[in-house]
Write a protein that binds this ligand. Sequence first.
Ligand SMILES: Nc1ncnc2c1ncn2[C@@H]1O[C@H](COP(=O)(O)OP(=O)(O)O)[C@@H](O)[C@H]1O
Ligand SMILES: [Mg+2]
Length: 246
Amino acid sequence: MTLSIRKLDKSFGGLHVTRSVSFELGRGERLALIGPNGAGKTTLVNLISGTLKPTGGDVYLDERRLTHLPQARRVRCGLARTFQITTLPPRMPVLNQIEMAIHARLGMEHRWWRPFSACREVRDEAWAVLERLGLEKAAGLAPSNLAYGEQRLVEIALALALRPEVLMLDEPMAGVPRGESRTVLRALEELPGSLSILMIEHDMDLVFSYAQRIIVLAEGRIMAEGTPEEIRRHPEVRTAYLGAKA
Ligand SMILES: Nc1ncnc2c1ncn2[C@@H]1O[C@H](COP(=O)(O)OP(=O)(O)O)[C@@H](O)[C@H]1O
Ligand SMILES: [Mg+2]
């Protein structure tokens, strides 16, 4: 599936936060969205996921126009996201949270009534998701008892339980201490190759090693777009954003 963003616009009162943003994300592509704080990155993900309604423009998944669908319907179409700030229920064991996400997905597919083996299948699938992210040891624990990096992985696990085609990650490394960043990085690298990923991230080492393509957002507009090499050499990006790091 191809995610197409066409001339998206968003204003909060007089504040014009998203300005005619257009881009595409192809199947299995790793796209990073970078830009200074307040550039409008989270707002863009909110518009694509349906958390916010745009004041103009459209969101398509292949030929299907999602612009006015509520968030749950977009999830059913294959669009999932994680949040910049952790939103996990702190006390429910991780395995149960994953199972609930799977049940929710099956419910959306109107398969919630399936008898007998359904619970067993859901449990097996939940374990498979945890294994993919290396979270087996966390299964019986509540998020409040996990290291912060693991909590961020649980959020990714919950999104994967929805079996998305497109996954949007809003700063997966935010707040993760140095000692745990390798764990998160390894999990990101292990995500299925067919999954399309849009990642917002401030960690430039991660962005430049992980992304196949980078979009730079500044004041709500796309200021530059290209391969990591092209972005590294881009004169305006260097002066405006990357600075000495480039
Ligand atoms: N719900 C909202 N109401 C009003 N202003 C908002 C809202 N959400 C974001 N903004 C403003 O939009 C701008 C972009 O915010 P955001 O998308 O969070 O940026 P980023 O994720 O790039 O740091 C900021 O000036 C922010 O204050
Ligand atoms: Mg943000």
